[in-house]
Design a protein around this ligand. Structure first.
Ligand code: HEC
Length: 166
């Protein structure tokens, strides 16, 4: 079984679904409005920028997780918007990890010692995020999205288990 397939299998177990609930973030619940890497000052701190992006991902996951846990609250338009945000962010937000000399932050040294493994995690995350965005576009209820959503949660956790400290 390849890694992506095993990630998807892992995602179908219920273990993973609430990891984002464990990491409370202080910023706006509307994940699409602000982001430190869109800072107009041109004075971007890479560690802060990538952490802000992670908070935005976390917020988007929180909004969707709330619907997955409360199917009666499913709102197709909001879910679609958050899934699109995740897919888009998964494609473009990794350059702030490039330069270790900018600071290790809450990452592990493995981000820079094992660049290939980190890149593999990014690719898997892009794939599962695109998968969720695909199903979200035509989703009518939680059943339409929950497997793909769990795969994204597994993607967050899979990367964090190696590349995020704690
Ligand atoms: C490819 C690897 C990878 C993926 C995928 C990933 N993360 Fe992260 N995440 C990290 C790393 C590395 C850090 C530590 C960054 C730092 O502090 O410099 C981090 C940090 C975080 C933080 C803490 C930010 C802070 O302020 O310290 C949160 C919250 C977070 N991630 C949420 C998520 C969520 C939710 C997902 C999935 C939707 C996700 N991450 C996907 C690698 C990843």
């Amino acid at each position: 079984m390849n890694t992506l397939a095993s990630l998807k299998t892992l995602a179908t177990s219920t273990l993973i679904v609430s990891i984002f609930a464990l990491t409370a973030c202080g910023d706006s619940p509307d994940s699409t409005t602000t982001s430190a890497n869109e800072d107009s000052t041109n004075n971007i701190n890479p560690v802060e920028a990538r952490q802000a992006t992670m908070h935005d991902l976390n917020d988007a996951m929180g909004v969707m997780d709330n619907m997955v846990k409360n199917p009666a609250k499913f709102d197709a338009i909001t879910f679609k918007k958050e899934a699109a945000f995740l897919a888009e962010t998964s494609e473009k937000s990794w350059e702030y990890f490039d330069n270790q000399s900018a600071g290790v932050g809450g990452a592990t040294e493995a981000v820079w010692n094992d660049k290939e493994g980190f890149a593999t995690q990014i690719e898997m995350f892009k794939a599962v995020s695109a998968g969720l965005n695909d199903v979200a576009q035509n989703a009518h209820n939680v059943d339409d999205v929950k497997t793909a959503f769990a795969a994204v949660g597994a993607g967050c956790q899979s990367c964090h288990s190696i590349y995020k400290a704690e």
